[in-house]
Design a protein around this ligand. Sequence first.
Ligand SMILES: Nc1ncnc2c1ncn2[C@@H]1O[C@H](COP(=O)(O)OP(=O)(O)OP(=O)(O)O)[C@@H](O)[C@H]1O
Length: 407
Amino acid sequence: MADLKLTDVAKSYGDVQVLRDIDLDIRSGEFIVFVGPSGCGKSTLLRMIAGLEQITGGELKIGGQVMNDIPPSQRGIAMVFQSYALYPHMTVRDNMAFALKIAGQSKEQIQAATDRAGKMLQLTPYLDRLPKALSGGQRQRVAIGRAIVRDPKVYLFDEPLSNLDAALRVATRIEIAQLKASMPDRTMIYVTHDQTEAMTLADRIVVLAGGGIAQVGAPLELYERPMTEFVAQFIGSPAMNLLPGRVKTVGAMTTVALDVGLEAQVAIPTRAGDEGMVVNLGVRPEDMRETDGTPVFEGTVDLTEALGEVTLLYFGTGAETAPITAKLPGIHPDLKGKRVRLTADPHALHLFHKGQSLLYRDGADRLPPYQPRMAAPSGSMGGTPAHSDRGADRAMDGMVIPEGPVR
Ligand SMILES: Nc1ncnc2c1ncn2[C@@H]1O[C@H](COP(=O)(O)OP(=O)(O)OP(=O)(O)O)[C@@H](O)[C@H]1O
C-alpha cells in the first residue's frame, strides 16, 4: 500500500521551527499538492517524506511502516526535482537506467524498464540522444522517467515544471495528469507555486502557512469554502476582495452594512446576537458583474487589463489597502476612468470574522457535503527562483530498488 500518515510532524533547524503539528492522511493512489507562500516549508515537508531531511518531531508512516529513520532508498519512493539534473554525458536511456544499474538489476530488466518508461513518456525516439539534444520539456520527461523506472509506490515532485516556458508547462502538466491516470494505485505528492497546476492536478490540495496546515481539501472546495481569509486570498487569482463592514440583520440570509455605506445580502446564516459583528465581506473578482440595481461595490476604474477573454478592472490602486479587483468577461477598455457599480450573487459571497469564515464557526462537520458551484479558476501564484537540486537528485540515485515491482 502507498498510503502515508503524518502525525504531529515537526521540523526545526536548531532553534528555528519551520514546521509543526503536521497531521495528514494521504490515501493510496491520491494526488496531493502542497501550496503555500514562499518559505512556508513545502519543500522541507516533501524532503522529510523523501528522507532527505531529518524529521525532528512526530511520526511518518508509509504503507503502515514508520519511516522516520529509514533511509531514502528503502522508502519505496522516487523524487523529481525542479532542475532536471541529468548526467550530460549519458544518453537518455543511460540516464534513466543509472539507478537500476546501481541497484544491480540485469541488462534485460533495465532494458524492459527503460523501454516502458520511454513509451509512457513518449521518449522512445530519443532514448539514444544526449540531454543537450533535447528540449527543456523532454529533459524534464527524462527526469520523470528516472523516477518511473524505479516503479516506486510514492512519487514526490518538487516544482518539476517551474524551469519550463509557458507552453511546455501546459504540455508537461497534461502529461503528468495522464501519467497519474495510467498509475491509479501510485501516490503522488507535488509541490508547486502554480495555482493552475494545483487546481488541475490535485485530488486534494494542502495549503501550508505559518509553519502549519491552513486547510486541506479538494481544489474547488478550497476555492468555494475557504476556512480563513488567508486561504480565501491565497486560492484564486486575482485574490478575493475583502470589504469591511458589520452584520446588520441576521437570519438564513445575512445583511452586511459595508463601511463605505453600501449593503450586501449574503447567503451565509447568522444568528441573534451577531448584529453589529465586525466582518469582512469576501467577493471574488470573477463573481462581480455590472449592475443597474443595488451594488456591493461602486468605484472609479483606475486601470484595466484586457486579457482577451476577460478584462481586469482595478479600483483604489493608489490607496494603502490592496486595490479592489473585478474580472469581467469580454473586453472593456472603455471602462477606464468610468464609475461602475458591481454586484455579486449572494451565494458567491463569503463572510469572515477575525479572519475566520463564519461558515465554519460551529465546526465544519455541520456543513452539508461540499458540491462544486462553478468551474475552477485559472492563473498562477507567481514564479519561483530556480535553484539546483543536483546534489539531492544524485542522492536519490543511490536508492535501492526493492526486488520486483512494488504493489
Ligand atoms: N538547512 C536549513 N537551515 C535553516 N533553515 C532552513 C534550511 N532549509 C530551509 N530552511 C528554512 O525553512 C523554511 C522553509 O523552507 P522551504 O524551502 O521548505 O520553503 P518553501 O515553502 O518550499 O519555499 P519556496 O516556495 O520559496 O520554495 C524557510 O524559512 C527556510 O529559510
